[in-house]
Design a protein around this ligand. Sequence first.
Ligand SMILES: Nc1ncnc2c1ncn2[C@@H]1O[C@H](COP(=O)(O)OP(=O)(O)OP(=O)(O)O)[C@@H](O)[C@H]1O
Ligand SMILES: [Mg+2]
Length: 251
Amino acid sequence: MTRTLTRSADPQTAIGERLRARLDAQLAARRIDPARCLSADPAPQPLPALETAQLRIPADYRDAVADHPAVAAWVRTIAESATAPYAGDRHAQYGRTGRREIRTGPSLLLWGPTGTGKTRQAFGAIRSLTAAGCAVRWHAVKAADLYGQLRAQDTDTEAVLRHAMRVPLLVLDDLGAAKWSEWKEEVTFRLLAWRGENHLPTVVTTNLSPDPAGAGPRYLRSAVGDRNVSRLSGMCTPVQLAGLDRRYSHR
Ligand SMILES: Nc1ncnc2c1ncn2[C@@H]1O[C@H](COP(=O)(O)OP(=O)(O)OP(=O)(O)O)[C@@H](O)[C@H]1O
Ligand SMILES: [Mg+2]
């Protein structure tokens, strides 16, 4: 360890000699190279929020990009409406402080045949929002898994549902894939009604058509009921994804 390493390029001494000596001693005790601490050109740091989000995203979608024009437009709308938390009277002179947080906004319904990239677009949207510097508290769950969690023994199932209802950004994947039941319709209704009424951004994916007039197994109405389709129509912009099943084309 040398003195020159602890001196900055700035001719002004940032700290006094005695303080510097104490700092050097403490760094040495912790086996920390002062040159690395005081380097003027630190290595680029990864975005912690994006790294954290990546760990929660299924491996298949960790490089997902929201490149569908309607999904990209939705991401922009949500990012622009994200606001920094209110500083309150104590910091009124500074206005709003902290990272912008997603609070309210429109929702998306991505629908189309299997393998057309709906789930990928949904995770791409989460990645884009995180990379844009928004604080995104999000939860992604397949509808069938949510129903399973809500049936689990020894679980506070109300807390599970409440979390899905209130989380700022929810991805509800594969809605309508599970066999219809009155209980599932009711649970879905509680979830969508709360999120719709509170304008909480939600990305729903489904293989079924959201056409409220349609009847039969290819329509969302027959899988989740009229009231849920009505809620989805009110809160979501429908985006149809078409094309071949990409899972086959990967082989
Ligand atoms: N634009 C893309 N570029 C590269 N791979 C893609 C793209 N879109 C989708 N894929 C890949 O194709 C596969 C199917 O995509 P995805 O799971 O998003 O489809 P899906 O529409 O959600 O299907 P399902 O209706 O069965 O849930 C995945 O492995 C995904 O990573
Ligand atoms: Mg999917």
